[in-house]
Design a protein around this ligand. Sequence first.
Ligand SMILES: Cc1cc2nc3c(=O)[nH]c(=O)nc-3n(C[C@H](O)[C@H](O)[C@H](O)COP(=O)(O)OP(=O)(O)OC[C@H]3O[C@@H](n4cnc5c(N)ncnc54)[C@H](O)[C@@H]3O)c2cc1C
Length: 312
Amino acid sequence: MLDSISKAFFHLIAQSGTLKKLASRYGMRRSASFARRFIAGETVAEAIEAARAVEARGMLISLDLLGESVTNLEEADAATRAYVGVLDAIVASGVERNISLKLTQLGLDVDKASAVDNLRKIMERAGPAGFFVRIDMEQSCYTDVTLEIFETLWEHGYRQMGVVLQSALRRSEADLTRMNALGARVRIVKGAYKEPKTVAYAKKTDVDAAYARMLKVLITDGHYGAIGTHDPAMIALARDWAREAGVTPERFEFQMLYGVRRDLQTMLVKAGYRVRVYIPFGREWFPYFMRRLGERPANVMFVIRGILGERG
Ligand SMILES: Cc1cc2nc3c(=O)[nH]c(=O)nc-3n(C[C@H](O)[C@H](O)[C@H](O)COP(=O)(O)OP(=O)(O)OC[C@H]3O[C@@H](n4cnc5c(N)ncnc54)[C@H](O)[C@@H]3O)c2cc1C
């Protein structure tokens, strides 16, 4: 209940122009500014620096140029060009070639065909350079179209791509079976968006139970599955099931967000597991940042202290 109120509340205030201005002014200003706990910086150079530090801790990375819900084709083209620039910068830097992106950033809300074209442009550059491209999952109104686009490109031979499924949605267990049958690499997460009861579980315990069920299927039938969570209970289940099923640690990976549960990240690496850290960066960080606050209202105090500190 609290979880769903919190998500709804932060979703609402994420629309606030005033807050966005205030956050933009203070959130990234200095290396210790509050938004930097979750966002590596506004430039690709800062993201690459963060990626190097994560790699030095023995972890894998995925870089995500933040942006979503563009409202016209010019913005979608600009985002696509920016992504291609990010690919080039990653290649030049020598960090691992792995990115995550969102289809609404490539124009999905404006025109589906253009979004597909834009994704194809990115894949044309990413594929030959040996990148893996993860398509993040957005709100439930995009689930069908995201999976459809993924399947279309997959059929056209773009195989260095993966999708994300959210255990909060009732449909996701069936989608996992569908994606496993295709041979696709799936990341499972609980889901970061406020969703209607008609399509999503209202209680966190139900979301967690669905996650546990999906976890089992991902480990036994998945194709190098990605377990995206910071929940110690889910991580323990994954380790137990993998051991019982004889699935060795190089056949799946844990994934966590930049700045969240670094203790768990380190513990897993020490225990011999693969851990990938999802590293977001870019100027459009506000909605992503608000979702992180919505997941854990305790983070709000940390931000308030940050703002007061910055202003003082
Ligand atoms: C690599 C990765 C990629 C993701 N991609 C997507 C995506 O494409 N689409 C999507 O809808 N969602 C995505 N998410 C977000 C996900 O859906 C959840 O909202 C988020 O991971 C919190 O759920 P949890 O599994 O960590 O468990 P929870 O039960 O929410 O949290 C478990 C514990 O983790 C810690 N924790 C969790 N969140 C935070 C936080 N923000 N700050 C500090 N501590 C925290 C706390 O200790 C908490 O007790 C992604 C998450 C990860 C890790």
